[in-house]
Write a protein that binds this ligand. Sequence first.
Ligand SMILES: [Fe+2]
Ligand SMILES: [Fe+2]
Length: 201
Amino acid sequence: MNRLEVDTSPRWVERVAERPLELLSDHAHCELRAAASAQALIVKYPEDVELVLRMSAVAREELEHFERVLGVLAKRGAGLLPARANPYAEGLLAARAHKKEELLLDRLLIAALIEARSLERFVLLAEHLADRELAALYRELVPSEAGHQALFVQLARGRYPEARVHARLAELRAVEARVIQALAFEVRMHSGDVQPATSAR
Ligand SMILES: [Fe+2]
Ligand SMILES: [Fe+2]
């Protein structure tokens, strides 16, 4: 697993569990955004056949997740709330390289870190939510998101020297920690309420 510098606090799960429909709507928007980001990579790097095929599959899976979450919302008589600005992703994307040669490296590693944070939170939700339907939803999504975060790192390793990937991942991991530490708690998948990592992963 792609380790992160700060852990989500156990309080975060308790707090988002109080307003499940808002969490689900925000989660659905995250899935939709993930599908859009994968498609954006196809448009930016059409000559990279492996990347195009992999991102097409990721986009399809993210849309399946989107529909799965919409289904849970519908069952509860709810739907999507309006999309909101996403300061977490924006904070990470603001750290992207200005050098054109390294832009793909940063796009891939930022995607890997966003997937890693989502994965960390899905695991917490699967383990601790008292709402069994929601716990089951998050348990079901864990393997796919784990696959995505590993895929983005693997694609980076296939295109840049190992040492460069390693060093840049460490820098961006520090950016991720700074961005999420600066965010306030909200009922959202990528909101604040983190603590220093307690265990080495
Ligand atoms: Fe997803
Ligand atoms: Fe994903």
